[in-house]
Each structure stands twice: as C-alpha cells, then as structure tokens.
Design a protein around this ligand. Structure first.
Ligand code: ZN
Length: 473
C-alpha cells in the first residue's frame, strides 16, 4: 500500500484516489524569465519520479503543470535585455523543455500558459467577488479577503497573527489579503512595448492577474473540482499554496478539493536556497554539460524528496561514481526476463521502500545490493547475473534511470569527467593482448599491461577462462 506524506495533515497517509485508478496531479511550473537552475531540476525530477511510480503500480495519471508567462520578473528581464517578447518567452520555454527532456522527465499531459487562460481567471475572480471572498480596494485592485476563509494558515500550519512575512500595504483591509487582479493606472503607466503585452480588459479595469489565482483557475480547468495531488517546491508552501488553497476552497465551497499536498525539499547551495532571484545559481544546462544528465538525475533522487538536498562541489562527482557502479554491474550482461526467488526478493524490497512515501534513497540502496550480487554472479552463475541485471535495469527505469546503454554511458564519461580515463574499447583490446601474453607465458609483458590498465583506476580479475575488469573506487 502506497503511503504519501500529506502536508495538509502533517502525516503519512495511505494513498486513495477520488476516481478509482485515475490520478489527477497538478504541479506548479516555472516562471519563464530565465533558464532553469538545478533547484528546478530537483523539483521536477522528484514529481517525475512520483508520476512514474504511480504509473508503475497501475494508475492512469493526468499530469498538469502550468507555465507562468506573466510576471514582473519577466517584464523586467525583457526591458533589461531589450528582447522581443515572443522570441524571449518561446526561447525560455524551449530551453526548459530541452533541460527537462535531457533529465528524462516525461512531459505533462497539459502545460497551460497563464496568458492563454485569462478568461477563466477572470471568471474565477468574478465568483469570488460575488460570494464576498474578494473585494475591490481603494486603488481598484481586486483583493482576496483572508478573513473570509476560516482555515487560512492551516496548510502551512501557521497562526495568522504570527505571520509577519508579508508586506503591509495601505489598501488592504487585512495585511495578509492578497491581489487577485492588479489594476493598471494608465495615467502613471510607464509605457513600454513590454508592459502593453501584459494587460487585459476585465470588469474591474485594464490590468493583469495576481500570481496565486492562475494555479487555482488552471487546476480547476484541467483537473476539475476534486483532484488527488497538488505539488510544488517547498518554497511555494507559503504564501503561494496557502493562498491558492484559500481561493479554490472558497470558489468550490469545499476545502477538501485536493487530497494530498506534496512538496519537494529545497536544493541548498552555499547554505542558501538555490534561487535565480538571489543569484545563487548553477544552471541545469551547465550541469548537464559539466557532467551528464543521468548523474544529475541520480543526485536528485539520492536523498529523500521532502528533505533539503545540500549541493557541494563534489556532489555530482560522487553521484557519477555511483552511476558508474550501477552501469558497471549491467555491463556485458544479457536480457533475461525470468523471475527467481532472489530477483523477486529484491523487487519486493524496492517496492516496500517506494511505497513508504517514495523513499528513493532506500530504493537506490537496493539497486546497489543487486549490483553487488551481479558482480559476484558474473563469475559464478552467468544466468543468475543476467536475471539480476535485467531486474536491476527494470527497477532503475522505474526511477527514470538507465536511460543510456552501458557502452554509451562509459564512453561519455571518458570525455566528460575523467579526461585521463581509458575507453572500454581500449580496456578490452588490452585484456585480449594480455591474455594472449599469458597463454604464451610471457609474464613480464602481461604484468606490464596489467599495470598500465591499473594506472587508469581499473582492476583486473582473472577467473579460469575469463578476465573481468572493475573500477577501483
Ligand atoms: Zn502554483
């Protein structure tokens, strides 16, 4: 039975869907004002892993992930770069898709853009006004009244009077009230071609939507009035998700419209949350160039999704070595789709870990247990080695790993991380020459070759009629 930690209740709960074997999941997407950093990579790899596992255990999944393409940061970036708005946003979205595709992230079923959904946002706000959950402030902005929702603060587990993190503005009835529709005062309007692209007509005047309302409107439009999982990075818990939940609960007259609120932990770099806006940044594109996408995906999954993940200078290097060990185990094995007692045992343990709130570090430790056994069985029982290697790949793929072949993985790493390293092709040639020397009892030459190979960090192991190599970690 799958258990999921529900942020709303602060406990792990047995997963139950609203509609039999169908899961509806909405995850807050990217604000497209810059290229993605590795913190984004973690968030979206985490939800990709969750979706892959849900599918693996038999659910049909509808995955909705929005694109925030209207925001002050986007306007500022456009002005800064004197960029063409359409080209800029198109490029940012293309870059995001390319980074996510490299990380083996399955695209969402629907990826709505805010600017293409203004009508439904306006309808949503209209209903909130009619039901007195919203009001028009003295400057014309439409505000959400948090006192109209008794459970405000419940999701982020906070008492309203203690919340000081919000700026106090004059026009709000309560200091935590937030904007649903921002009116543009055209007299004070700093005209720029960019600003005009982000204005729409509404019953309250020309302006644009506030940030939180987009996710309430889009989750309603694409997931309906009851859906199973709402996800996002931990930094969105407050105020974004708290505000979103208030809006949707009031709109639907039901505060239980989402069953599970899930948050992926932050990525910490130099003791700070990784964020574009504070310039604490390592882009995904660069990380993929510096290492390889699978190593980066592995690093994100190597710690539990809810915990903060600390990035250090050698994090990717260490992750790379781990991936090498896994790939090494399946190297030179054959597909053998057959379950024996041992392969079933490993699969059961893997499933138990994943059922426990997607405990990927535990699940990965089982992958290593399998790989150790394969390395032993390669010498003793080739059939069992093949059975276990097939299982290892099968389980790894549930996490979205093993998306390269071993040969490509090892060939790539020769070029990227350890430039001095030797290619598999060359190792195999040297082993052949060495075996030839051994047959001829030329021990001096055979030892010379062994030493040459070991200078690259490769250990040779001779068995009765074969020679195996492994990386000396
Ligand atoms: Zn959102």
């Amino acid at each position: 039975m799958l258990k999921i930690f529900n942020a709303l209740k602060n406990i792990k709960e047995t997963f139950k869907t609203f509609f039999l074997n169908k899961v509806y999941i909405y995850v807050c997407g990217i604000t497209v004002y810059d290229i993605c950093h590795i913190g984004h990579g973690r968030t979206f790899v985490v939800f990709d892993m969750i979706i892959r596992y849900l599918k693996h255990i038999g659910y049909k999944v509808k995955y909705v992930r929005n694109i925030t393409d209207v925001d002050d940061k986007i306007i500022n970036r456009l002005i800064e770069n004197k960029a063409n708005i359409k080209i800029f946003i198109k490029r940012m979205i293309k870059d995001m898709h390319s980074d996510f595709n490299n990380l083996n992230i399955i695209p969402p079923n629907v990826e709505p853009r805010v600017t293409e959904n203004i009508k439904i946002i306006i309808k949503f706000i209209e209903k909130l006004l009619l039901s007195n959950h919203a009001y028009i402030s003295s400057n014309g902005d439409v505000m959400f009244s948090i006192s109209s929702f008794k459970k405000y603060g419940q999701l982020s587990n906070q008492v309203i009077k203690n919340l000081k993190s919000y700026k106090i503005k004059k026009n709000k009835n309560k200091k935590l009230d937030f904007v649903l529709w921002k009116i543009q005062d055209l007299k004070k309007f700093k005209s720029s071609a960019y600003n005009y692209n982000f204005l729409w007509k509404s019953p309250w005047g020309i302006g644009r939507p506030g940030w939180h309302i987009e996710c309430s409107a889009l989750s309603y439009k694409y997931c309906g009035n009851l859906f199973d999982i709402h996800g996002g990075g931990y930094d969105l818990l407050f105020p974004h998700h708290e505000n979103e939940r208030s809006q949707s609960s009031c709109f639907l007259n039901n505060d239980k419209y989402v069953n599970y609120w899930m948050h992926s932990g932050l990525l910490i770099l130099n003791n700070k949350k990784m964020s574009k806006s504070i310039g604490n940044n390592y882009s995904l594109k660069q990380a993929i160039l510096d290492y390889d996408p699978e190593t980066i995906r592995y690093f994100f999954l190597s710690s539990h999704y809810r915990k903060p993940l600390i990035y250090k200078n050698d994090s990717f290097k260490i992750a790379r070595l781990s991936m090498e060990r896994l790939y090494y185990a399946i190297l030179n094995t054959k597909e053998y789709n057959y379950d024996n007692k041992e392969s079933k045992y490993f699969e059961k343990k893997f499933k138990k870990s994943m059922d426990d709130d997607f405990n990927t570090p535990k699940a990965i430790s089982i992958l290593f247990d399998i790989s150790k056994k394969i390395n032993i069985e390669k010498k003793n029982n080739v059939i069992n080695a093949n059975i276990l290697a097939t299982k290892l790949k099968f389980l790894g793929k549930i996490l979205g790993l093993f998306f390269l072949s071993s040969d490509i993985f090892f060939r790539e790493y020769n070029f990227k991380v350890y430039k001095k390293r030797i290619s598999i092709y060359k190792i195999n040639i040297l082993i052949k020459i060495r075996n030839f020397c051994r047959k001829k009892r030329n021990w001096i030459k055979s030892d010379l070759i062994r030493n040459k190979i070991s200078s690259f960090g490769i250990i040779l192991e001779d068995s009765y009629n074969n020679t195996f190599w492994k990386i000396n970690n």
